[in-house]
Design a protein around this ligand. Structure first.
Ligand SMILES: Cc1cc2nc3c(=O)[nH]c(=O)nc-3n(C[C@H](O)[C@H](O)[C@H](O)COP(=O)(O)OP(=O)(O)OC[C@H]3O[C@@H](n4cnc5c(N)ncnc54)[C@H](O)[C@@H]3O)c2cc1C
Length: 499
């Protein structure tokens, strides 16, 4: 989450009153005093899934909750940067699309928000001049012709029809509760997406899909076409396809998408512990004890249920008391890393979008795939500002290695390549300035087709409710906000049924 939000987040933090309903216990020892918080549900992570679940559980189902969030604000992948004039610039989540009744969540009166049609970025009406440049050579592609939009949309429609006619959409949306057991998963869903597209003659859909999802699934893989279709569909779901042919609508929150999570933060008040992470857990079939550490020290949370609303990566699970079954399941997935930022450089021209387009796309514009860690675009916010947004995908680099420094280096090197061949003016030793950076964490979380066939997802979903622990979030469901909220609805229904 961006540093620009730190100030506002800290304000939120310091305004948090003493934890309501907390029981203060004296721990053994002469001076140690550890606060104990008792709640029905402890939620780990306050992104799209965790924040939504907290509101639904507390406001609609009258369960007491506490959210453990490592950042200083709620919202996860939502990033709104407010410039010096107070204008919002979303550089993470751009929109919420219609999916069942999910948008009603934003419309609830308690949040007092206004939804506007379109992408947040389209609010200014600005449209950039696109320059297609191979960032590995730095050269502008003079003879590049963009794919035919009608051909691309036609292929997306055709792919949607394949998925829905075979019932694949119902197996994967919004979560994988209806996915058949490993041996019965349709072969199609385990094919590399390139083979799936070729089999159904929809390869022309992939360029647009890549542009919209490249950073997510491709964070883990060097070759986009090799990504398992099921993993790919997590980031380009059948319901998201509907947006491209006008069968679903887009909205954003007036004033910046972060406003949604600021409103949720206000509503939840002291039920969120910010800048806080788990240090240990003890989970049993009848309840959990979670020890956390935050700005005011260590606290113990006792709850009837735990909802994991962070990706179950090795990093996030390190403090958890995993049993052998859980250890085995969570050892399998691989994932890369993705980041977004707002940057400036005096040699970037306001009003332009520099699009990273491999030279091979001149011959085949329908396959503009990049196979190294890369920036997809330097995208101007307008002719009257020097701000550009970038997204940086690790594409095969290890998760730990691809931090902000590594990603910024990739972006700086791209500019240097362009300057070296005259595509950009001489950089004059100036480095890219990162105005605000946001770590979007694991991308493409998932296992191999063989592990899926062997039942990894059944075993993963089979953990739901065991040891009082439930799972939600983008790593194990469709990776779009409104679809995750419906995944939550299903998960919470099951959790409450098992109360
Ligand atoms: C750049 C980008 C743009 C996107 N644009 C859109 C879009 O326009 N529309 C859309 O619908 N979807 C979009 N998505 C996808 C959408 O953002 C995700 O589906 C959604 O945010 C996932 O929610 P989540 O709660 O599972 O995870 P997250 O939103 O990542 O939330 C996880 C939360 O847990 C916290 N956390 C992580 N680790 C820990 C820990 N160990 N302890 C405590 N807290 C922790 C994080 O700080 C975060 O707040 C986009 C994603 C990205 C990366």
């Amino acid at each position: 989450m961006g540093l620009s939000m730190l100030g506002r987040g800290l304000l939120t933090l310091t305004s948090i009153p003493v934890i309501l309903g907390a029981v203060v216990e004296r721990a053994p020892g002469p001076s140690a005093q550890v606060e104990t918080i008792e709640r029905d549900v402890v939620i780990i992570g306050g992104g799209a899934a965790g924040s939504h679940a907290a509101v639904r559980l507390r406001e609609d189902y009258k369960k007491s909750v506490v959210v453990v969030e490592k950042d200083v604000i709620l919202g996860g992948h939502v990033d709104t940067y407010y410039d010096k004039n107070g204008a919002p610039h979303d550089y993470g989540v751009q929109c919420y699309f219609t999916y069942d009744d999910a948008l009603d969540f934003i419309r609830r009166p308690a949040l007092n928000l206004t939804l506007l049609p379109g992408l947040s970025r389209s609010a200014t009406g600005f449209s950039a001049t696109v320059r297609n440049i191979d960032f590995t050579t730095g050269k502008e592609l003079a003879n590049f012709t963009a794919p035919d939009a009608m051909v691309e949309i036609g292929a997306i429609v055709a792919m949607y029809q394949v998925l829905t006619s075979k019932g694949y959409d119902k197996m994967i949306e919004p979560g994988f509760y209806n996915l058949p057991a490993g041996p019965q998963i349709p072969d199609d869903l385990l094919l590399p997406v390139g083979q799936f597209a070729a089999k159904y003659n929809v390869s022309a859909a992939l360029a647009k899909m890549y542009e919209s999802t490249g950073g997510g699934p491709q964070a883990r893989d060097t070759n986009f076409l090799n990504i398992m279709t099921l993993t790919f569909l997590q980031s380009f779901s059948p319901s998201w396809m509907k947006v491209f042919f006008g069968a679903a609508d887009l909205f954003y929150v007036q004033g910046g998408n972060q406003k949604l999570y600021d409103a949720i933060a206000t509503l939840l008040g002291s039920d969120v512990l910010y800048s806080t992470t788990v240090t240990s857990t003890e989970r049993t079939p009848t309840g959990v004890k979670v020890t956390v550490r935050g700005p005011s020290g260590t606290k113990i949370i006792k709850a009837k249920k735990l909802l994991m609303a962070v990706p179950p990566t090795r990093e996030n699970l390190a403090p958890f008391d995993l049993n052998p079954e859980e250890t085995d399941i969570f050892a399998k997935p691989t994932y890369g890393r993705y980041g977004t930022a707002i940057v400036t450089h005096p040699k970037l021209t306001p009003g332009q979008e520099l699009h990273n387009m491999p030279t091979s796309a001149v011959a085949n514009p329908y396959a503009p795939f990049l196979n190294t860690a890369h920036v997809l675009t330097f995208s101007s916010y307008g002719t009257d500002t020097d701000l550009f947004s970038i997204g940086v995908s690790s594409s095969g680099s290890s998760y730990a290695a691809f931090d902000e420094r590594a990603a910024t280096r990739v972006a700086q090197q791209s500019l240097e390549k362009m300057a070296a061949v005259g595509t950009l003016p001489d950089l004059g030793c100036k480095k890219l300035a990162v105005v605000v950076w946001s770590d979007h964490g694991p991308g493409g979380f998932g296992v191999t087709p063989a592990e899926m066939r062997a039942g990894w997802m059944d075993r993963m979903y089979g953990l739901q409710g065991k040891r009082s622990t439930w799972y939600t979030g983008n790593a194990i469901a469709i990776d779009f906000t409104t679809q995750l909220w419906k995944m939550n609805d299903e998960t919470l229904k099951r959790m409450l049924a098992a109360w």
